[in-house]
Write a new protein. Structure first.
Length: 256
């Protein structure tokens, strides 16, 4: 609490009276702490690939100057590190753009069927690399919601990409679109992969949260994807529902 005292006007000769004002600042403190944790995390995530890039550059300038074998080995790794940093910076920018727009409600009419087809098509190369097929199940009638087209593309790209990356063992990712009376809609992204242990589920949308060290080593990602999804959905007054069973798979449902 912040405490302030202020004198209260009293008649002459009376004993002075003071008013104490207690202001609860814990929410502000919490946000400040989150912000500084965020900056620390982001800096750490950028510092790791940067340090590694510097190491490689120094080696290529020094001991491996004329070693073409070393150059062939190091350059793809360096490109990978640079790509990882670009991805991180893109995600950080998405988050900060979203924070700026958080109070503006989206106002476009978005047709979810064509949007999901577009997202599926854009993910075909990734799905092909991972040997996963994305199956889209659309209803006969068009399903429209009020939203921001590009932001919703980002939401479903994230969810379907995650299903391909982390649920890939199932080989099929099913995407269902269903209208919900009277003017709502539901999109479910279902994978048949390893699932997520229950204790991790509530924390998935935290910034930089990744379920396992193995994921962060072997799967490309920043840990910011679901944080971005959550931000966008909050702005759309839509809910993200996660159901997962270890050994069976995971379903991420967006309910508008
Ligand atoms: P990123 O994919 O960049 O790591 P996300 O915020 O999108 O970050 O996801 C956070 C973590 O949640 C992932 O690192 C992964 O461990 C876990 N995860 C997300 N989707 C799935 C899924 N469909 N199946 C299993 N784990 C998942």
């Amino acid at each position: 609490y912040h405490v302030r005292s202020a004198p209260v006007a009293t008649a002459e000769g009376e004993r002075p009276v003071f008013m104490l004002v207690f202001r609860d600042v814990s929410e502000g403190r919490r946000i400040d702490r989150m912000r500084s944790d965020f900056v620390a995390n982001a800096s750490h995530e950028l510092r790791t690939p940067l340090a590694s890039l510097r190491g490689y550059i120094e080696t290529l300038q020094g001991p491996a100057k004329n070693d073409t074998k070393a150059q062939e080995r190091f350059l793809p790794i360096m490109l990978d590190q640079a790509t990882r940093m670009s991805r991180l910076v893109d995600d950080l920018m998405s988050l900060s753009r979203l924070e700026v727009r958080a109070h503006l409600p989206p106002d476009q009419t978005v047709s979810l069927g064509p949007l999901l087809e577009h997202v599926r098509d854009s993910l075909l190369p990734l799905a092909g690399d991972l040997d996963v097929s994305i199956e889209l199940h659309l209803p006969q009638e068009p399903v429209d919601v009020i939203g921001d087209h590009d932001e919703l593309v980002e939401v479903f790209e994230n969810l379907i990409e995650n299903a391909c990356k982390y649920g890939a063992e199932g080989k099929v990712v099913d995407v269902w679109l269903k209208p919900v009376a009277p003017r709502g809609a539901e999109v479910s992204v279902v994978d048949h992969g390893p699932g997520i242990p229950a204790e991790h589920v509530p924390r998935l949308t935290e910034r930089f949260y990744r379920v396992s060290v193995a994921d962060s080593r072997s799967k490309k990602g920043t840990g910011l994807g679901l944080a971005i999804v959550k931000h966008i959905l909050t702005r759309h007054r839509a809910r993200l529902i996660v159901k997962s069973e270890v050994g069976k798979g995971t379903t991420f449902t967006v309910r508008f």
